[in-house]
Design a protein around this ligand. Structure first.
Ligand code: PGA
Length: 279
């Protein structure tokens, strides 16, 4: 495509997003958005740790609690919560974009659904970095998850370098538009996870995160002005029991995706409690 046409389209998108941002500012926040607290265990824990954790973990009390263990632990985790009749969702950390076939080491969305998963994290920055997943793959994975009845939790976020170059909004816009191609806005959950905040102990400030979440919502509003208010947008990146309250008090922060602090049941439970209070 001609560069000048590309630049023109970019400018149109930018203007539309700015317009939605100013109109959204006048809208009262939606009160019916689901609040999510998600544990992303990454490549941690064994079967005994998992069952002990789930035994101690209490239900969300009005917030959706999703525990995402490593793939081999998904089924025992699901059987355990089901057996205990606990309202705790089990989610995967990744899914493959194809239905089935010769993809050694991958997991199909239909299998995740079959063993009782309800959610799936897609496009986490560690997968973007180590498995080279780009926005097109994220889009295919989200479509595949939806096709099989899993709710995609789509992760987006800028690197430190991009932040320092004032590229945050531009990067996020590209990630959102890429991920959402052909997908209905109300079907997904977003997680804003600035890459510089993940596992570093240096979270975004709640005000900074709120500003970015409002921006993300304005991009979703550009895609679907009737449903952007319904989408839950979670914050992730060094969330812990001490800073959760600040995030919970922000209008556009509808929960958190927790890595390190989700490994200890006490810390994770305290984070849930903070959000459950306001639910
Ligand atoms: P963290 O990880 O809470 O350890 O920063 C968050 C994530 O990667 O989802």
């Amino acid at each position: 495509m001609d560069q000048s046409i590309k630049a023109y389209i970019k400018q149109l998108v930018q203007e539309a997003v700015e317009q939605s941002a100013s109109s959204l500012n006048n809208l009262p926040p939606s009160t019916d958005r689901k609040q999510y607290i998600i544990a992303n265990w990454k490549m941690n824990k064994n079967i005994q740790d998992t069952l002990e954790f789930l035994q101690q973990l209490k239900e969300g009390n009005g917030v959706e609690v999703v525990v995402c263990p490593p793939a081999p632990l998904l089924y025992p985790a699901k059987l355990y919560v089901q057996g205990q009749n606990k309202k705790i969702h089990i989610g995967a950390q990744n899914v493959h974009q194809e239905d089935k076939g010769a993809y050694t080491g991958e997991t199909a969305a239909s299998l995740l659904k079959d063993i009782g998963c309800s959610h799936c994290i897609i496009g986490h920055s560690e997968r973007r970095q180590y498995a080279h997943e780009d926005d097109a793959i994220v889009n295919l994975k989200a479509k595949q998850a939806l096709k099989r009845g899993l709710t995609p939790i789509i992760c987006i976020g800028e690197t430190l370098e991009q932040k320092q170059q004032n590229q945050t909004e531009k990067v996020l816009t590209k990630q959102i538009l890429g991920a959402m191609d052909g997908i209905d806005v109300p079907q997904v959950v977003f997680a804003y996870e600035p890459v510089w905040a993940i596992g570093t102990g240096e979270s975004a400030t709640a005000e900074e995160a709120q500003r970015i979440h409002a921006y993300i919502r304005s991009v979703l509003d550009y895609l679907d002005e009737h449903n952007a208010e319904k989408v839950s947008i979670l914050y992730g990146g060094s969330v812990n029991e001490n800073n959760a309250q600040e995030f919970a008090s922000m209008t556009d922060i509808d929960g958190v995706l927790v890595g390190g602090a989700s490994l200890k049941v006490d810390s994770f439970q305290k984070i849930i409690a903070v959000f459950a209070k306001g639910a």
